[in-house]
Design a protein around this ligand. Structure first.
Ligand code: B12
Length: 404
């Protein structure tokens, strides 16, 4: 939402407080700009602001943003802290005696000196690439270029659903703090699974999902931190530049591909998956009707199904590449990525640059399955996700941001 739309809505509904949610790292910058905009419109005294979402931290909001905002701004870890803050803010506004806002997070003073980085382990050079093997076999893909698959039946990918991510992360099932109520396992049996079954049936009967995939295999080589994708004639199609860890193994995604100087080429998979736009229309209806619980359940399920579809497709790709032999039996082990290769989504720590999504979109042309990349580098419909698929046996998740 642009800040002007937020302010118009605040005006129209005579809001006491403005809340904003930042899911993407980029949204942290936007929150800051929005607060500056409130300052410049002289609205800071009028609107206290509550901020939340995966991209934000308490320290960023209550120290950095608090410093620049002329009004009150607080961080809410979850919706419940949001409610507690609302109670306090309204009590202050009404002049309830003794009412005050919770203390701001204090800036921590460092008492110990910054630890010196651990020496690089044997095998990895002080500068340059990591010790990732370059003599692993390169599998042969079934085709080069891109393919589209539409109308994937729900039953094919529903079994890849991460139930814990759905029940805990999206639906908020958890044991009460006092511990005397039902356990998480009880709640899964009595609430989670029955609701899930009901919703999956509904998705099926009302035909609300339109799962589709566009994927491709490309020849490639690496050069330092770059992954270079090649066309049939060996000319450069596109190039990704990935960050390298500054300590430890000094990993970089490019290291998992044959280096250019080896004279060999490697293969990389790219994919974009979506569960379609109909589900978004359905959840929007529930939201508009104030059916928030139903909205949360259906929306939460739909985003986890997008993730399940991505995981399912990655398994298909492993099978196509002939590297699925080591796939574990149990879904839990599968979700812990105990298989050969790894699926990296742009925006995650090993490949944080969201702008690279445009390179994937240019090669895969996901508009052929109804998916578009916005100027903010978000895929629409929302329930879509892209990935770079690696076959290297050593490939796994790592953080290249230099953060501990
Ligand atoms: C589920 C999920 C998805 C789903 C659905 C996303 C969606 N639109 O809902 C799918 C699989 C589709 C997805 C895709 C992507 N994702 Co994603 N995803 C997540 C994940 C695991 C959970 C998000 C979620 O739904 N949480 C559940 C909700 C209920 O929790 P919440 O948003 O945190 O909100 C709670 C609190 O924070 C608080 N709160 C939040 N806001 C506010 C506001 C106020 C006022 C208050 C009071 C409280 C409050 O209250 C809520 C309830 O407690 C997060 C990681 C994480 N742990 O958060 C990554 C994450 C958001 N995704 C990320 C990324 C990178 C992506 C992709 C770009 C990957 C890709 N290349 O395809 C795509 C983008 C999708 C697109 N359309 O372009 C990154 C974003 C970081 C960045 N670089 O910007 C994250 C943070 C993961 C990470 N650690 O890097 N993703």
């Amino acid at each position: 939402q642009p800040v002007s739309a937020i302010l118009e809505a605040a005006e129209e509904h005579r809001a006491d407080v403005i809340g904003m949610s930042g899911l993407l790292v980029k949204s942290t910058v936007i929150m800051k700009e929005n607060l500056q905009e409130l300052n410049s419109r002289d609205l800071a005294a009028r609107y206290p602001v509550i901020l939340g979402g995966a991209a934000l931290t308490r320290a960023y909001v209550e120290q950095d943003l608090h410093e620049i905002y002329d009004g009150e701004v607080r961080y809410a870890r979850d919706a419940f802290e949001g409610l507690r803050l609302m109670d306090a803010l309204i009590a202050v506004k009404r002049g309830v005696p003794g009412a005050k806002l919770p203390e701001l997070k204090q800036r921590r003073v460092r008492t110990t000196p910054t630890p010196t980085p651990a020496p690089a382990p044997a095998g990895s050079t002080e500068r340059g690439r990591s010790d990732v093997a370059t003599d692993n076999p390169v599998p042969a893909p079934p085709f080069w270029g891109t393919r589209i698959v539409k109308g994937i039946p729900l039953k094919e990918y529903a079994s890849w659903l991460d139930e814990d991510a759905l029940f805990k992360g999206q639906w908020g099932l958890k044991q009460t703090r006092s511990g005397d109520g039902p356990t998480y396992a009880d709640l899964v049996e009595t609430e989670g699974r029955p609701r899930l079954r009901g919703l999956l049936d509904r998705l099926q009967t009302d035909n609300l999902l339109e799962a589709a995939v566009v994927h491709g295999y490309f020849r490639c080589v690496s050069k330092d931190e770059d992954l270079i994708l090649l066309d049939d004639n060996g000319s450069e199609l596109t190039r990704f530049t990935f960050p390298r860890q500054q300590r430890g193994r000094r990993l970089c995604l490019a290291d998992f591909f044959r280096p250019e100087e080896s004279g060999q080429t490697d293969v990389v998979g790219l994919q974009v998956v979506t569960v379609g736009s109909r589900i978004g229309e359905e959840t929007a209806k529930l939201f508009a009707a104030d059916s928030y619980r139903d909205y949360l359940e259906l929306h939460g399920l739909s985003v986890q199904l997008a993730e399940a579809l991505a995981e399912y497709w990655h398994a298909r790709v492993r099978a196509e590449l002939g590297i699925a032999g080591g796939d574990p039996e149990a879904l839990q082990a599968m979700l812990r990525t105990e298989y050969q290769g790894c699926r990296y989504s742009l925006g995650y720590p090993a490949c944080p640059d969201l702008e690279d999504r445009a390179k994937i979109a240019a090669l895969l042309r996901p508009e052929r399955i109804g998916v578009h990349l916005s100027e903010e580098f978000q895929l629409h419909p929302e329930q879509s996700t892209d990935a770079i698929v690696l076959h290297h046996p050593e490939a796994g998740y790592f953080n290249a941001g230099g953060r501990p």
